[in-house]
Each structure stands twice: as structure tokens, then as C-alpha cells.
Design a protein around this ligand. Sequence first.
Ligand code: ZN
Length: 594
Amino acid sequence: MTFRILVVTGATLFFPGKAIFGQQAERLVTPFEKNENHTATYAEAIDFYKQLDARYEEMSLEEWGLTDAGLPLHVAAISLDGDFDPDSIQKKGKCILLVNNAIHPGEPDGVDATMMLFRDLLQDPAKRKLIEHTVIVAIPMYNLGGVLNRNSTTRANQNGPESYGFRGNSRNLDLNRDFIKCDSKEAQTFNQVFHYWRPDLFVDNHVSNGADYTYTMTLLATQKDKLDPILADYLVKTLWPELNTRMAEKNWPMVPYMNTNGPPETGLYGFLDLPRYSTGYAALFNCIGFMPETHMLKPFRDRVRSTYAFMETLLEVMVRDYWWVRENHDILLFDRAVLKKVDLDWEIDTTQVDSLLFKGYAAKYKPSEVTGFDRLYYDRSEPYEKNIPYYPHFKPTLSVVPPQAYIIPQGFTEVLDRLRWNGLEMYRLTSDVEIPVTQYYIRNYKDRRGPYEGHYLHYDVEVDPVERTALFRAGDVVVFTQQEEGTRFLVSVLEPQAPDSYFCWNFFDGNLDQKEYFSAYVFEDIAAEFLKEHPEVREELEALKKEDPDFASNPRRQLDWVYRHSPWYEPTHRLYPVARLLELKELPLEKEEK
Ligand SMILES: [Zn+2]
């Protein structure tokens, strides 16, 4: 790895204390600005931020927890009055914007754009005005293992830079699927960084794949129908149009992220950013998230410049709207206690179609030189401008009424750790209690056939709620849903039917299989006695035999059926161990220290 000296003159040696803004006019130059087909290496990026940090009181650079690469995650921030306490910043009515870069290190545009933006916000008086009411926080590079795994081939279709990192992290995980399950140390640290800063706005910079068209910048925003209606309304009616207009004025016109089932003219679909994705995770905490996705076929230089322009434009809009965003984020934080219903899954509402003016290239077909079959290509000599069908609306397909609290047996430490990283208040039972609760039996579920991000993800989960009296032991954990941060998150991870629940991510697989069985030759006599004492079960058995010839000819199935209807069958088979407490009760509790 080469190390570049980034400063033209001077060194941190000359800055024993941090300078006040304006005293240090020397302009730092990023590696990208020296070679516009080069993205900063890990050493170059961290060195650049360290130099800014050494020079400016308004800048902070901190090392947070570890990553799977064994290196710390850096978090940089600029706060013009030098206040880096999120509580105090928010009390002043300022907004907090969190930027994440290189989650996919083969898509490094945000790395270089953010370095230039930080430099300009600190060094350029005009840019400085953009953050008078906003504190900008950035993770310079997130997937450090991927960043260090530098090469020039794995982004097969991408137009620069000359070399870049790899999508998988040190454990070959895609970190943009890891925000809930948190297999990686990066995600574990991110959860904590996110809850330390509690951002109002979030930007996660990417580069897209897919169709060819005229736009350099495509934008994926948090799916509006997943957001609280107050924020969704602001996003759709105010923020999105404002960003579009201003970006077009800067000659970076944008379109929504190209989620298509063919060439764009066939229709553009909204993207359901489930909580496993960065913006979906942010949405659980009423934070409006954006994934700028620059177009892979546009030169790296233009992609970095448009990513810079997007973040700058977002800050410009916040000069005007910061108070609205801050105030409503606060209201939503405190109002979560009254959430009557939480939506957990959605599907595209195909009955509502919008029209989107789109500037594309004609999609054509010609024989492939590789396969001989017809292949798709986009003809750049035939640009078009026309309205295409656009389906941005989603409707909920699964909703639940949150319980007053969940009770989680203390042995599920991986689940409890994840709740802690997400800032939830938790209580421990101080003595054993036997109380009526609602629990779910897992009636049915499907599995992905192959591994997916280190898991065999469950989906299409069906549950049967049951009222039962259950024993909980001292040390088991009670988490109330009515708390300042986290109702949506709690329900999304603890309701097993939710697509990104901890159940779906395999944290409760031990509860799915049966632990005790019977020996048929012994149980025969017990079953016969049991049926004599329970003629109603015998009746049901006989009826089943009449209905189902397979069952009638299979003695093992019949005996198993009797076992499952007898008291010898374990009542916890397929019982989801997290209990729902529908009514608040006096419980012997002790609050966990955060
Ligand atoms: Zn990406």
C-alpha cells in the first residue's frame, strides 16, 4: 500500500493546538482531486481526516468499536460550535445528518465525495453556512475488510476508478443486509454509532448496476409507506421535489433508483427497503434515509461530483428545513408510545400507477457473439424522453398491535445484545413469576433453499397465538414497547412473522425441533389406555382414518398423532419463547444500566 503525502506544505507538527476557522487557509487536496480516476485507499482517507481533525476545533474524529478486519471504525463529525454531544445539539434545535461510505467498497464514490465535502465545509466560508443548523457525521469507510481487498476487476461493468475494494467484508458478508442480524462487528458497531448520534437524516452512498440511461445520479429514498405519515408526507411533497429541482439546476438531474423487470420503459418499481438494508434500518427510528446510487457506466469523476452535489444539496435544503425535521423527529420519538399498530410487511400496490418523465436510451436486441441468442443493448445514439409507468406505492400486508411488553428468556443472549446495541431500555425480573401471557406457536414457515448471508432465512411464517400461563425466572428480561426509541424496531425484530425478525434470521431455530420422542412398542400400551380414558380423541382418530387413506394405512403416523394429542408430547415444541404481555402488570423488576 502506498502512502501519499496529501499536504502540499506544512504538517501537523506546526499545529500544536487546533486552529480556529479562517486562521489556516491552506487547502488540503484529496487523492481523487490529484487523479480523478483514483479513489482514496484506507490509509489515504484516514490520514486526510486526521489532518482535518488536527487543524479544526469544529472537527472531531473518533475511533469506535472494532470491525471484522480488526481495525477500528472511524467516525468523523463537524459541528460549528464545537459541540459534539448529540443531546445538547438536538436541544439547540439542530439537525444531525449521518453519512455512510464504502459499505460496498467497489462503489467508492461517497468516500472521495465526503472527503472533499468535509474539507470544503471546514475551509470554504460559503459552504460553512450550509451547516449552521446541521451537524454532519460521517463514517469515512465502513466495510474495512472490503476496502483493503483492493482490485481492478470485480466491478466488471463499472467505469472506474482504476482500483477499488470488494463487496464482501472480511467474513464475505454483504453489510447492506446485516443491519438487523448484525453478524459483522461493523454492523454491531454501526447500531451503536447510530443510537449514539440518533440522526434525523441518513445517506448511504452506492453505485448502481442495471440498465443504461442518461442520468448519472439515481436516488433511492426510504420507502415512503414504511415511514410515519408525517415524515412520508414531507419526503414526498417537499424534500424529494426540492432535491430533484436543485440537483437538476446543478446539471445533475436525478431519477428514482432503477428497480425494473426489464428495460426502464416497461415500468419502474419502488424498492422495499426492509430493515436489513441501511435505509430500512434507519426508517425504524423515524430517520429519513437516502441511498444515492450513481450509474456504473458514467465516469468515476462525474459520479463522485454528483454524489458530492447530492450531499451538498441535502445540506442546502436543511438550511431552510432543519427546524421542521428536528421538531418532527422529536415529536415522533416521544409519540411512539401511542403506536396502535405497526406494519411489518408490504407489497407494491399495482392498482396505483404514476407516470414518470424519463430520459433513456432505446433498448434494442441483436444476436449475441457469445451465445448466438438475441441480446439486449441500449443504443446511445437514440436517446428518448418519454413518460414511463412508475409504481412507487406500497400497501401493508402484515400488521400487528404491539403488546405492552415482551419477555425474553435470559438465555437468548444474542437477541438481548442486539436490543442493547439499539439503545433499548431493559428490565430484569428480580424473582420468578408465573403469569398469563400470549405466545405464538409457529404453525408454518418456509426456508431459503441455499445460504443467504450466513443464514437459511425463514419466510412466510405463520403463527397461532395462544394464551398460557408461563413461568419466567429471575434474570429474564422485560422490554416495554412504550419507550422513547424503538417500538417499531422491537416489533419488527420480535414478531416472528416480520420478514427481518430475529426468528427469520435463525436466532430461535433451537425452538423449532422436537426434543423428546417415544418408543412405539412402549407407547402402544400407554396410547391404548389414554384413548380409553379419552373417547373424544379416539373419535377424532377414527374420523381421520376415514378421511385419509394414507393415514389409515400408516400405524406409525397414527401412533404419532395420538402422542401429539396426549400429555406426553412436549408443550414447547414450536413454541416461540418470547412472550407478549398484553396488559401491564406489577412485576418485580430492576432496570439494566445502559
Ligand atoms: Zn451498493
